[in-house]
Write a protein that binds this ligand. Structure first.
Ligand code: NAD
Length: 456
């Protein structure tokens, strides 16, 4: 049995039967059998299913937000924000899939035509994370289903009730039970799923697990996409509106209690404005309302995973031992049954410290002073990760010169912690391989087949 607990107070909110070897095999076989018939439906039919799924999200939005908040601890307004944001993503896929997957004639001369058609991959495994389950899940299963794939979806064990709701709404929308199946359980269920001969693996989660998954499927010659963690840096130049930059970056670091793959995790500030920026940032961080995630005015909630409290404690202790100064927070919050951590700001940090090297995934930030743009670029690139990076500057040319030198999948000028369905979402280095979103993120669920057609 899988116990679903509320991270705010430790209470058990559900007990669910977990999948095991036999049920995973049965679900895989059913998906394999069902996939050709699903792929043979018209794209119009599949779009109509996703449109009805969207209607279900709109209709049940408050209930879905409450479930998400209860199992993940996301403050309720942020849960509603995620669901409202999902609608825009669904609209993107609903509007763009037909054009993205239309056959393309790329050559026509003297009776010889060349055409690209998009075939579905087949049965795909979607192993997902808990921090934005609607976003990271839908980036995969929506375009995958629209392209005619069957999907075996394993939500995180920390977002299982949400995963089951997603299944309920897709089936109510008309997606056949066998073409989209939810697998319940933790990492061992993911391991079982990967033993089945799926045609593609689409994973969102940590680098450590991503590496294990890559090793598990190596040699199988199937499509593998890994959307992994980050240690996302931002550089604040000397010509910015300090208060505005501090407010935007405090939100980018602490929103979702700092548990976003593209949370701001490191800040470098030009020495000319460093002290003013730090003052403004600390004021912002101290103003964030920590409270019950069900309360409308809560901004910081509990950490979803109990073990992350220790990770954050270790990062703070390590930084302070090496000379960092703690300006806000720094310790767990005493909260009966729950796992909570204070919004935390460290300065005088450097790259010998864990807080500037390892993903924190919590409401904690290190702010480092730099002398110039070159030093900022060097430090931003001094990481194993490469998901996003940002620059706050008045001058666009200066920001672009800096960002062009930073190795990251997404770069931001005067914004942060942002994902757009219209743009490809990808990481470099330990942040992953492959991409979702944009029209590339629709095509990625297909095999482009090359047709060489010579008329007799
Ligand atoms: P995780 O790696 O612990 O787990 C992710 C999923 O993998 C879960 O469903 C888990 O049950 C499963 N799993 C665990 N071990 C497995 C194994 N050996 N084989 C198969 N499946 C296994 O990650 P998490 O805690 O759920 O998510 C947080 C991480 O995800 C952070 O590092 C975050 O940055 C990253 N993330 C990345 C993106 C992105 O778009 N790049 C988005 C969201 C989260």
């Amino acid at each position: 049995m899988l116990n679903i607990t509320n991270p705010a107070n430790g209470s058990v909110i559900a007990e669910l039967p977990e999948d095991a070897h036999e049920s995973v095999v049965a679900k895989y076989r059913a998906a394999r059998t069902a996939q050709p018939a699903w792929a043979a439906t018209t794209l119009e039919h599949r779009l109509a299913c996703i449109r009805r799924f969207r209607e279900g999200i709109v209709r049940d939005l408050d209930k879905l937000a409450a479930i998400l908040t209860s199992e993940v601890g996301k403050p309720i307004r942020q849960s509603r924000n995620e669901l409202n944001g999902l609608l825009g993503r669904l609209d993107f896929f609903l509007n763009e899939t037909a054009a993205a997957l239309a056959p393309r004639q790329v050559f026509d001369d003297a009776g010889l035509r060349e055409v690209i058609e998009h075939e579905p991959l087949g049965v795909i495994a979607n192993i997902s994370a808990w921090n934005y389950p609607y976003f990271v899940g839908s980036n995969v299963f929506v375009p995958a289903l629209l392209a005619g794939n069957a999907v075996l979806y394993k939500p995180s064990e920390y977002a299982t009730l949400t995963g089951l709701e997603i299944g309920r709404l897709l089936h109510a929308g008309g997606v056949p039970q066998e073409a989209f199946q939810v697998l319940v359980g933790g990492g061992h269920v993911g391991i079982e799923l990967l033993k089945e001969p799926v045609d593609g693996v689409f994973f969102t989660g940590s680098y450590a697990t991503g590496k294990r998954i890559a090793e598990a499927v190596a040699g199988r010659m199937i499509k593998l996409q890994l959307e992994l963690g980050g240690k996302d840096p931002t550089y604040v130049c000397d010509d910015v509106d300090v208060a505005a930059a501090a407010s935007s970056l405090a939100d980018g670091a602490m929103y979702n209690t700092g548990q976003s793959c593209c949370s701001v995790e490191r800040i470098y500030v030009h020495e000319k404005i460093h002290d003013a920026f730090v003052d403004a940032f600390v004021r912002e961080a101290k103003s964030f309302k920590v409270g019950e995630p069900t309360a409308e005015d809560s901004y910081i909630g509990p950490l979803t995973r109990a073990q992350q409290v220790k990770v954050l404690q270790m990062q703070v202790a390590d930084a302070v031992a090496k000379g960092a100064q703690l300006l806000a927070g720094g310790k767990p919050i005493d909260w009966p049954g729950g796992h909570w951590f204070e919004p935390t700001v460290l300065v005088n940090v450097n790259h010998d410290m864990l807080v500037m090297r390892e993903e924190s995934f919590g409401p904690i930030i290190g702010i480092q002073k730099v002398a110039d743009d070159d030093e900022a670029v060097r430090l931003m690139n001094d990481t194993d990760y490469g998901l996003t990076a940002g620059v706050y500057a008045k001058n666009e040319a200066r920001a672009k010169t800096i960002l062009a030198q930073v190795h990251a999948g997404s770069v931001y000028w005067n914004c942060c912690d942002r994902v757009s369905p219209r743009l490809p979402w990808s990481g470099v280095k330990h942040s992953g391989v492959g991409l979702t979103l944009s029209t590339y993120g629709i095509e990625t669920f297909t095999r482009p087949k090359a047709w060489h057609l010579r008329a007799p």
